[in-house]
Design a protein. Structure first.
Length: 309
């Protein structure tokens, strides 16, 4: 069965590697290095082997002039678009007003159902209160009214590297919040979103789910099948606990995103990620390396790795 292509949970390909992605579409295949075994897998990018492409980004500007070319492979495109206006934690992300402009462009070109707003993750610190988050959330919702149908959120998980990087890079300390407090906060945002015709969804935070907050499935095979009127794999992915995503093939790589977000799960170290971005060759057949075609380990495959080690 054709696969859903995830571009990418592990790094921001639209923002930093769109030329590379276009080169791989033209070539008709890409190699993906398994993040644990380090072995490369060959993934077909032929139109008949792709049921849909799911993009993830905080900056689609570099990709917008490439959409016509991408549509030669498939018109079944879905966009996760993170807009938070929290630049003290996201130093290299464009101004949220520019992001909103690009969101509206995508929603008009395709439909509001094909562009999902993510206010994610909610990172409450000693210097960034929930009330500030709420104010910024409302500012974004006001601008996205009639262009966004859904918003996906989660609260940041206190991985050790997140706590360390927050303190080191921004001087912020993550506040400990009870599940009950987060439920109250999510309900407040859900009621705010509802005023603008936007439904709130919780990603991998099932304790937030209520009559006002739905459970998110960020890659939802059934939804995509109905949206694109095509058969899409609906088997459950091997992702982290509480994840409701169906299967996809992610072609990104960890430690390559140059946004430098202080809470990032996919970068262990922002300097390492910046160095990887600087070394990147858009002509390579894998994001962080050149794989010798036909070598024994470069086998055909659909690696189903989790984003969270």
């Amino acid at each position: 069965m054709p696969h859903v292509l995830s571009v990418s949970r592990r790094t921001d390909i639209p923002a930093f590697y769109s030329d590379w992605f276009m080169n791989r579409l033209k070539a008709g295949h890409v190699f993906v290095q398994h993040p644990y075994t380090r072995k490369p897998f060959r993934v077909s990018l032929q139109p008949e082997d792709i049921s849909a492409v799911v993009f993830w980004s905080k900056n689609y500007a570099p990709l917008l002039n490439k959409l016509d070319s991408i549509e030669r492979t498939t018109r079944n495109l879905f966009f996760h678009f993170t807009i938070t206006a929290n630049q003290e934690l996201e130093p290299n992300v464009p101004d949220f007003r520019d992001a909103v402009r690009d969101f509206i462009f995508l929603a008009r070109r395709y439909s509001p159902e094909q562009v999902l707003w993510r206010y994610d993750p909610v990172c409450v610190t000693d210097k960034l209160s929930f009330e500030i988050h709420e104010e910024r959330f409302v500012r974004c919702a006001e601008l996205l009214k009639e262009h966004a149908a859904k918003c996906c959120l989660s609260f940041v998980h206190p991985y050790k590297k997140v706590l360390v990087n927050l303190r080191k890079d921004t001087g912020h300390a993550l506040l400990e919040l009870s599940e009950e407090r987060k439920q109250v906060y999510a309900l407040r945002l859900a009621r705010r979103a509802d005023r603008y015709g936007i439904r709130l969804f919780a990603c991998c935070n099932d304790y937030l789910v209520s009559e006002h907050v739905a459970k998110a499935s960020c890659i939802d095979g059934r939804f995509l099948s109905a949206l694109f009127q095509t058969s899409i794999d609906t088997r459950q992915a091997s992702m982290r606990k509480e994840c409701a995503c169906t299967r996809s093939v992610d072609i990104g790589a960890y430690d390559t995103c140059a946004h430098g977000c202080a809470y990032c799960y996919a970068n262990a170290d922002k300097n390492r990620a910046l160095a990887a971005h600087e070394r990147h060759d858009p002509e390579s057949n894998a994001l962080t390396m050149q794989v010798t075609e036909g070598e024994p380990d470069a086998t055909e495959g659909h690696p189903q790795q989790s984003l969270f080690p």
